[in-house]
Design a protein around this ligand. Structure first.
Ligand code: AMP
Length: 365
């Protein structure tokens, strides 16, 4: 079957970059989201409605050969009916596993992928018990709907238990041991329905307040890369996955501890647009449209910096040689991802000095 019409549930910046990657291949994306002014709605046709709107989801599926999503917090049950109308890729099981931090960790553990010691918390006494058992520091997180550090509280000692409970207390939490990591890395890979897989080089990610500030790639560490590929491959095979899948890890004492996965293209993979032969966006589309996957070979040394809350001065940034600028077309709001830039250089040292220069021009607000 020839797939060339892609329905996308959610029309954020990830959807926008998917649509832009699709045009040269003759793949056309149509979106569903609340506002026609959303980032992807500015570059491709969009149906407006709630992401759970059954009638609009059916309308999206009716005009698509395959349906995907750019946001993993859509209730998986809302997508079930459209599976009868068009293939949903990645599969709903991947969406479900990634929506709940406990089921995600259970999946990782089942696949022998190391995770931080953790305990489910649904009440104040359970938090006290979990903190006593696992110790401090620890991180209390909401199991669902948490992203970019939202719904998290770091507890340094016992005295903070009450404050943590006041901040995010309730049912549906997880307490996990704080990981003293040397760095955070992520791996992005793509799998086709026929089982072909490709993996991008590792990227090293720097966060502030739980949100990604910048990534540097490729991170050349053969041992960690081998482990990350093995783990990602296990998850893809277990879920009979189709599309791009990302896993974020903490590096602790030279070993990978899985933090979370995203059943979609990922912010830490934006550098692949300019930095690799085939971008993560194109490889997601190729996978879900039954096309051969493209080379993930890096073209040099890249750094990607997010624009958060405030757009930087475009003219000044564009003065940096080898810098590509991406504006998502969003209204500025504190902490909001508004765009990013990618620097690509042939040498790591050149990349590092251009990154330092660019960072001076960017303020995260
Ligand atoms: P998450 O929403 O789980 O991706 O968390 C966002 C960021 O918070 C991570 O990228 C880390 O920088 C930090 N973080 C989350 N969980 C932990 C942990 N168990 N130990 C240390 N840092 C953490």
């Amino acid at each position: 079957m020839k797939f060339s019409r892609v329905g996308v549930v959610g029309a954020g910046q990830l959807g926008r970059m998917l649509a832009l990657a699709g045009y040269p291949l003759g793949l056309r994306c149509t979106f569903l989201d609340r506002s026609a002014a959303s980032p992807a709605g500015q570059v491709a046709p969009i149906l407006t409605g709630d992401l759970e709107d059954a009638a609009q989801l059916a309308a999206l599926a009716a005009c698509s050969d395959v349906v995907t999503f750019d946001w993993e917090n859509i209730p998986a049950s809302a997508l079930k009916p459209i599976e009868r109308l068009a293939p949903l890729r990645p599969p709903r099981a991947a969406l479900e596993a990634s929506q709940d931090r406990l089921s995600e960790k259970a999946l990782f553990s089942k696949l022998r992928i190391p995770v931080a010691a953790h305990a489910a918390v649904d009440s104040y006494p359970q938090l006290t018990a979990a903190a006593r058992k696992l110790g401090f520091p620890g991180v209390l997180k909401t199991r669902r709907l948490g992203y970019d550090g939202k719904g998290q509280f770091v507890l340094r000692d016992r005295a903070q238990i009450e404050a943590a409970w006041t901040a995010i207390g309730g049912a549906g939490l997880v307490y996990e041991k704080f990981q003293s990591f040397t760095r955070e890395v992520s791996i992005v890979g793509s799998r086709s329905a026929a089982g072909q897989t490709v993996f991008y080089p590792l990227s090293v990610n720097s966060h502030g307040g739980g949100i990604l500030h910048y990534s540097v790639a490729p991170y050349a560490n053969a041992k960690l890369e081998r482990a990350a590929r093995t783990y990602l491959n296990r998850i893809m095979n277990a879920l009979d996955y189709v599309g791009v899948l990302t896993v974020e890890f903490f590096v602790v004492k030279g070993r990978l501890i899985a933090n979370e996965m995203a059943p979609r293209v990922h912010n830490s993979g934006h550098w692949t647009i300019e930095g690799c032969v085939t971008s993560q966006f194109e490889n997601h589309l190729r996978a879900i449209c039954d096309l051969p996957l493209g080379s993930t070979r890096a073209l040099g040394h890249a750094a990607m910096i997010n624009f958060l809350g405030t757009m930087p001065d475009r003219r000044r940034l564009l003065n940096i040689d080898g810098l590509a600028f991406h504006d998502y077309g969003k209204e500025p709001r504190p902490g909001r991802k508004l765009g990013h830039c990618t620097i690509l250089k042939s040498r790591a040292a050149e990349r590092d000095s251009a990154l330092a220069e660019a960072l001076k021009l960017i303020r995260w607000t």
